[in-house]
Design a protein around this ligand. Structure first.
Ligand code: PMP
Length: 440
């Protein structure tokens, strides 16, 4: 596939070469996979992307998840264009859109009584750690191994991306991790043991979970896990935090908490909460917990600090508000979910036809394709993730091959569908996957 890039993507190559001169690694996110080089995208609409060389791609990256309505959705863009014409991107004062967004989130997730808009999912997680400690007066936080909660010191700990080994954690002092603990995915016994051990030793402020499993379901959660974590949190007086950066509104307007029927104490938002527009993050929860952030400059008593110059700017709040309204009106999560079902079924048939050592599954519009080296391994087989060592190279190869056939994915292993993915788009994509799989 290198030959395809040399012949067809020279414009992107030139951009990427210059990017490497002025931007570390040539990319803005260390976790981006850009083999053999990043594609320079000049146009995005619905289910498709176009690069500077004129190639068109079916887009299953979907910017990493925020665009359930499809890319560059015109009705939302028009509202934002109008708002910017009226008051520019930010004023630092109150705007009615902030209230509209918070109220709408509450309507969809009744458990989120109060909401603060922030700049990113990473910031939402940082705020959740702080709120949990401020509210409970306890010290430790526990996360599930392999989960990605952004890149802040306290939770990047132990990040394991399937197939890529441990991420280098340079620049994080050991001291930053003293109060962070990890349990193996799905291991409730280990969670109970850690909660019990912490009880006499500072206590556990919060347990963080990605409700469909670490890395957006790359380690798929087992049935009943979230409800059992809820019970354990209640037993030990720890707050349960759902990181809904990916699942929030993508799984349904009620998020993962609606999907699983489990109520977290705090919910972290990102991505969809600004519909793909900048400054996409937030934290929500009960009145009681969220009031740790209630202090203004003149408030007395306990006050946890959170905020930022661009947090809750009217543009991001308008983007979130109109995105969520449109997602609800159009039934986008369910439509995107059906596209995910069709994609999974088609990929599954191809894997069977070529008898490849791959596994594919989906939770609605989140589709995972694991290209392991072992035939017929189940995702719940403990061997599955220990066996993934050789996958690092394979991910790059797959991602490159898919793009050369005109399908962009998240690192060759995760595919987000959107409302723009009609049956025709999915079938077109499957024909392209067929060409790659036939050559494996
Ligand atoms: N949590 C989860 C589950 C995520 O997937 C991400 C981003 N991919 C984050 C947190 C961090 O969000 P952001 O990139 O907006 O900082």
């Amino acid at each position: 596939y290198h030959a395809w890039y040399e012949a067809n993507a020279a414009g992107s190559k030139a951009t990427f070469e210059e990017a490497q001169r002025y931007i570390p690694g040539g990319v803005q996110h260390n976790l981006a996979l850009n083999d053999p080089w990043a594609l320079d995208i000049v146009k995005a609409e619905g289910a498709h992307l176009w690069d500077v060389d004129g190639n068109r791609y079916i887009d299953f990256l979907q910017a990493g998840g925020p665009t359930v309505l499809g890319s560059n959705y015109a009705p939302v863009r028009e509202e934002i264009t109008q708002l910017i014409a009226d008051c520019g991107p930010v004023t630092g004062m109150l705007h009615a859109y902030e209230v509209k967004l918070a109220k709408l989130i509450h309507d969809f997730m009744p458990n989120v009584q109060k909401f603060r808009m922030l700049g990113s999912g990473t910031e939402g997680v940082m705020a959740a750690v702080r709120a949990a400690r401020a509210y409970t007066g306890k010290s430790h936080v526990i996360k599930v191994g392999g989960a990605y909660h952004g890149w802040s010191d306290q939770v990047v700990f132990g990040l394991r991306i399937p197939g890529t080994g441990s991420l280098e954690a340079a620049g994080i002092p050991a001291g930053a991790l003293q109060l962070t603990q990890e349990v193996a995915p799905g291991d409730l016994d280990e969670l109970r043991a850690k909660l019990a051990a912490n009880a006499g030793n500072g206590g556990t402020a919060a347990v963080f979970v990605e409700p469909i499993g670490p890395e957006s379901g790359a380690h798929l959660v087992r049935h009943g896990f979230n409800a059992q974590v809820r019970e354990l949190c209640d037993e030990f007086g720890a707050l349960l935090v759902f990181d809904e950066v990916v699942t929030g509104f993508r799984l349904g307007m009620g998020g993962a908490q609606g999907y699983f029927g489990v109520k977290p104490d705090l919910t972290v938002f990102g991505k969809c909460v600004a519909g793909g527009y900048p400054a996409a993050g937030g934290i929500g929860g009960s009145d009681e917990v969220m009031n740790v952030f209630a202090g203004g400059l003149t408030a007395a008593g306990k006050r946890a600090l959170v905020g930022g110059t661009l947090s809750a700017n009217p543009m991001s709040c308008a983007a979130g508000y109109h995105t969520l309204l449109e997602m609800d009106r159009t039934n986008a999560p369910a439509i995107a979910g059906r596209a995910g079902d069709r994609l999974r079924a088609g990929l599954s048939a191809l894997i069977a036809r070529y008898d490849l050592p791959y596994v594919v599954y989906n939770v609605g519009s989140v589709v995972h394709l694991h290209t392991s080296g072992v035939l017929h391994l189940s995702i719940h087989d403990p061997e599955f993730f220990t066996e993934l060592g050789p996958r690092k190279d394979m991910l790059g190869q797959m991602s490159m091959a898919f793009s050369a056939e005109g399908v962009v994915t998240l690192a060759g292993s995760r595919l987000y569908t959107s409302m723009a993915d009609t049956d025709e788009v999915i079938d077109d994509a499957l024909a392209r996957f067929d060409r790659v799989f036939a050559r494996v």
